[in-house]
Design a protein around this ligand. Sequence first.
Ligand SMILES: Cc1cc2nc3c(=O)[nH]c(=O)nc-3n(C[C@H](O)[C@H](O)[C@H](O)COP(=O)(O)O)c2cc1C
Length: 192
Amino acid sequence: MEFSELLKKRRSCRAFQDTPVTQEQLQSILEAGQWAPSPLNQQPFQFIAVTDSTVKAQIQKTGIEAKQTVLDNSGPAWAGKYPMNFIGDCPLIVVVVYDPTKGGLGSYFEQPHGALQAASACIQNMMLQATDIGLDSLWFTFFSPLTLKPILEIPEELDIAGAIMIGKPAMEGKAPPRKSPKVYKDRFNTDA
Ligand SMILES: Cc1cc2nc3c(=O)[nH]c(=O)nc-3n(C[C@H](O)[C@H](O)[C@H](O)COP(=O)(O)O)c2cc1C
């Protein structure tokens, strides 16, 4: 597939078939993630590949709880309609964790998010690879890390960049529209 076609074909999926993701597919996705750039090439990310239905149900529960927290705190009403049930049905969830202390030199000059930036690049690589091999994905963050970390036994010092749902889509997703790039000439807010 042409790269520009791949970019536009990747779609966030919220309804999956129950077809398992093969080990070979998972390996190709993880390898794509590993080729992401990272500060000082520290590759500060690690992965938990979740296929166990009990664990998936626990992740789904953290989503339901987060949704309730949004509603209890007068958050947007649409959040109440967010369908958490697809989480339990998703064949594979790759939880991407990272070490926030491995962000390169940035913490010396007010750029403390290098490790999260690297984990984000890693996730994007993984999602594009999933698309390339005929799978869909979702970068899912609708949970409290305080709840999810003990469930997955993630060490205190690591953070979660996202739970990436991966599988064959149950239906073809519609692409949400994109804005035109907002670009200035030489200085912010100066017309190009
Ligand atoms: C950091 C991040 C967190 C996201 N969290 C969620 C989420 O919790 N649930 C969800 O359904 N989509 C989530 N998304 C997906 C966005 O809603 C989606 O990318 C956006 O609507 C554009 O759609 P597309 O990915 O199909 O192009 C997240 C995306 C990013 C980058």
